[in-house]
Design a protein around this ligand. Structure first.
Ligand SMILES: Nc1ncnc2c1ncn2[C@@H]1O[C@H](COP(=O)(O)OP(=O)(O)OP(=O)(O)O)[C@@H](O)[C@H]1O
Length: 446
């Protein structure tokens, strides 16, 4: 798998400066997202992984310092920040370094100096352990990756659960690849729900010549084809009860008997099962064998739905853009409003739906910058729904800002001047925000 380019978040309102930096970064092989306002950058930083962020200190809507403080207060994992300060604003820069910024440059500066710093930070990020990000950047998917690394050495049966389209097969494939990085062993995927009972047995275990009408020659089943590698049984909950007994026997005995045959054939496989169904409930209803459930449940990996791991959305979306660019030769990108819409949509069909949505937009859009309409015109039935998703984002930001300001005020005993200084805004600005966000001091502080 080729390594994706290091990603830079550039926050700069000056058109000439922004454009020339962006061009230079792209020439040097980086992927760069350029934001003109702090608010736009904030939304994306919350949901996308960058190796470096570069921000001007003076932005039209918010100071770079306030933006940085707000991001820190949101408690998210931030990339290293390099600030660009005006001449003589050393005090600002020192304050930012104390807050945790990585570095600063004073205007005018040599672009090569900035590039050196960026290069060093990107190298540092790549050397971090466990940062290969095969499945996603959310903590949930990173935990799954860490778990796969632990499980890879064993041969225990793995059960992967999760809603349809969350990437269960992708997880199974990642586990297989960990065990077989050279790609020399087979990975056989079977959808148990797609085959009838009689077909399933012959497909899984194979058949001897003459076993049934039409069996003109002997045939190896999926178990034998997967020998020395991985057999992935998707939709295991759809497997008929009679087949479940046969599967259990094959797992216990590490051998199969072909349809029409008698001789057990030993098979050495890693078995991975997956389902979107609630197997425990099925066991209680007598629809799934309890003994098989315990046999395949040795290692359980639940994959959360996409709406519960928002950080993965834009990371995946960018991967899909790169994937389709490699096919079509046209590199699309997202308009900032489209980026917001991607994050706020609930994705009931999970990663599959996200991928389809981006693929469709890449094929149909005449413009390389994809808009919300390009992505969602067919998914959302009306403008009202679109407004509703954006509305919920506004609500989220308002709630976050309110919470942050209330916390800062409480920490400073509701003293306006101190709080305003601490969060890097003027007293007037703080009063305005309090009025806008409907924040008032508790009675004991009045
Ligand atoms: N981490 C990921 N990175 C890239 N693509 C992904 C990832 N996860 C899922 N996908 C893509 O999303 C689609 C659905 O993934 P997958 O088939 O693995 O889901 P699933 O949970 O097994 O679905 P189902 O329950 O329907 O079998 C596929 O096109 C897959 O390539």
């Amino acid at each position: 798998m080729s390594t994706p380019p290091a990603r830079i978040c550039l926050i700069e309102d000056d058109e000439i400066m922004g454009e020339s930096l962006m061009e230079r970064f792209e020439m040097e092989g980086y992927a760069c997202d350029w934001f003109r306002t702090g608010q736009e950058a904030r939304l994306t930083l919350a949901n996308k992984h960058y190796q470096v962020a570069i921000s001007d200190i003076r932005l039209p809507d918010i100071s770079g310092q306030v933006l940085f403080e707000e991001l820190l207060a949101d408690g998210m994992a931030l990339p290293p920040f390099i600030f660009i300060t005006g001449f003589g604003a050393i005090d600002d820069a020192v304050r930012l370094l104390k807050l945790g910024a990585e570095d600063y440059l004073t205007k005018p500066f040599q672009v090569n100096t900035l590039l050196d710093k960026v290069r060093n930070l990107c190298q540092r990020d790549q050397t971090l352990p466990g940062e290969a990000f095969v499945l996603g950047i959310s903590s949930a998917m990173r935990e799954i990756e860490a778990m796969l690394a632990r499980v890879a050495a064993s041969s225990g049966t793995v059960l992967i659960t999760g809603e349809s389209g969350v990437g269960k097969e992708k997880v199974a494939r990642a586990l297989h690849d960990l065990r077989d990085p050279q790609g020399k062993r087979p990975f056989i995927a079977v959808n148990c729900g797609a085959l009838t009972e009689s077909l399933l047995e012959a497909e899984l275990f194979g058949h001897e010549k003459g076993a049934f009408t039409g069996a003109n020659r002997e045939k190896k089943g999926y178990f034998e084809q997967a020998h020395s590698g991985t057999l992935f049984l998707d939709e295991i909950g759809d497997m008929p009860l009679a087949m479940q007994v046969k599967l259990l026997r094959a797992i216990q005995e590490r051998a199969i008997v072909r349809v029409g045959g008698e001789k057990p054939i030993p098979v050495e496989i890693r078995l991975i099962c997956a389902t979107h169904q609630d197997l425990i409930k099925m066991v209680k209803l007598g629809e799934f064998r309890e003994d098989l459930y315990y046999r395949i449940h040795v290692i359980h990996i639940p994959v959360p739905p996409l709406r519960e791991r928002l950080e993965d959305i834009l990371w995946l979306a960018d991967r899909f853009l790169d994937e389709f660019a490699a096919e079509s030769g046209v590199q699309h990108s997202f308009h900032p409003a489209a980026t917001q819409a991607l994050v706020t949509f609930s994705w009931p069909g999970n990663v599959r739906e996200l991928r389809n949505c981006i693929e469709r937009a890449c094929i149909l859009s005449a413009n390389p910058v994809l808009t919300t309409k390009d992505l969602f015109d067919q998914t959302l039935s009306s403008n009202e729904q679109e407004e509703a998703t954006v509305g919920s984002l506004t609500h989220h930001l308002r709630t976050t800002e309110r919470h942050y300001i209330e916390q800062a005020l409480t920490a400073h005993q509701w003293r306006i001047k101190e709080t305003a200084t601490a969060i890097g805004i003027t007293r007037k600005n703080l009063w305005e925000k309090m009025r806008k966000l409907d924040i008032s001091a508790p009675e004991e502080n009045m």
